[in-house]
Design a protein around this ligand. Structure first.
Ligand code: 13P
Ligand code: SF4
Length: 367
């Protein structure tokens, strides 16, 4: 066992072929002690090394079921936190690059959500009796813990509908954070009109709303968004339909309301992959989600004459997912081979216990 960890600088300049071969060798050495989980937005050079791939929901289940000593998460920070929360205490969750965060998750933090809760209390009397807090899994562990403490729940883009059904069975109103679009798109498809939803501007006191607006609202949507999915516009769909009237449009629910309304299908990354794979040969798709996934979809389905077009004319990738490169993955693995753990993600138990209860409510609602 080495006394000190290998430094990342030694890996930064390695070429692709050598990195590739050394990742394979390190995986072989670590055997069943290691599992690599890869989100669908990972670049291909990293994605190909994943033992399992999936959307946020599938990966959180896999993390909970894994027996491996080391769970290396090729994704973003909140995903590795969920792996740590759901795995056994002796298991170790690792994020190959600690700067792989999620800009949407960063739009909500505990101080801002607690302030919003206090302000809701002022207007509604007792927010714990009237509002279910729902956090998208794209959020920090202490926000999941906040939901655990206040009778709330976590959702992903796959199960937001079931989670909101449960939330309204508990209380009259929902505070949904941090992604306004997932909240709005889901609530609207459940039959809640837009007039019964308000947007909480977390930069303003009382969310920029009047007491009356808060009292009347059923859904209070945090004003967060994904910088990747906000690039997709209704006019991109119009242009595609004008060119390919037979084409189909599919979008992730983090896209804005008008884009989802114009799409034929709306769903999580796993849903998008399944829907395109099961479509008729020759189908031409316009896909509103991250570029690495759309490129992979195109490659995987082209043998059937299918085409997957990226929804935006501008190239936009999730820049934080992109931070995980093969060199960081190799650095992580070779350190493990040497008996050194680098970039461990550890959620303090004080947050982990409450966050786990909000996650477990989600698993009960959406088994
Ligand atoms: P999925 O749950 O669909 O994988 O989405 C996660 C995400 O971060 C989308 O931007
Ligand atoms: Fe976060 Fe958007 Fe990247 Fe998903 S695509 S991880 S929501 S920044």
């Amino acid at each position: 066992m080495a006394a000190t960890a290998l430094a990342i600088q030694q890996f930064a300049r390695l070429d692709e072929a050598e990195t590739e071969a050394r990742i394979a060798a390190a995986k072989e050495r670590l055997g069943e002690r290691l599992v690599i989980l890869g989100h669908h937005y990972q670049r291909q050079e990293v994605f190909r090394h994943a033992d399992f791939s999936g959307d946020s929901l599938k990966l959180s289940r896999l993390a909970a079921q894994s027996q491996a000593e080391f769970i290396v998460f090729c994704g973003v920070h909140f995903m590795a936190e969920v792996a740590d929360i759901l795995s056994r205490p002796e298991q170790i969750a690792i994020l190959p690059d600690l700067s792989a965060g999620c800009s949407m998750a960063d739009m909500a933090n505990l101080a801002k959500v607690e302030r919003a809760w206090r302000e809701l209390n002022e207007v509604l009397g007792d927010a714990d009796q009237s509002v279910t807090p729902v956090t998208y899994i794209n959020s920090a562990a202490d926000l999941k813990a906040f939901c655990g403490r206040h009778g709330g729940i976590v959702c992903t883009s796959s199960n937001a509908r079931q989670v909101l059904d449960w939330s309204f069975s508990q209380r009259d109103k929902v505070l949904f954070f941090p992604d306004q679009h997932l909240g709005r798109n889901t609530a609207y498809r459940m039959g809640i009109p837009l007039e019964q939803m308000v947007t909480w501007d977390f930069m303003q006191s009382m969310g920029g709303l009047t007491a009356e607006q808060i009292r009347k609202a059923r859904v209070i949507l945090w004003k967060g968004f994904c910088s990747v999915h906000q690039m997709f516009q209704p006019r991109h769909i119009d242009a595609f339909r004008a060119k390919y009237p037979e084409g189909k449009v599919i979008a992730h629910p983090e896209c804005m309301f008008e884009v989802c309304e114009k799409s034929d299908y709306v769903g999580s990354t796993e849903f998008i992959i399944k829907t395109v794979a099961e479509s008729a040969p020759g189908t031409r798709w316009l896909v509103g989600t991250e570029l690495n996934l759309v490129n992979r979809l195109h490659e995987q389905n082209r043998h059937d004459g299918k085409h997957a077009h990226f929804m935006s004319p501008t190239i936009c990738m999730c820049s934080t997912m992109f931070r995980i490169d093969p060199q960081h993955l190799l650095w992580t693995l070779e350190n493990l081979v040497d008996g050194q753990v680098v970039n461990r993600i550890r959620v303090p138990e004080v947050h982990a216990a409450e966050a786990r209860s909000a996650l477990n409510r989600m698993f009960e609602v959406s088994p």
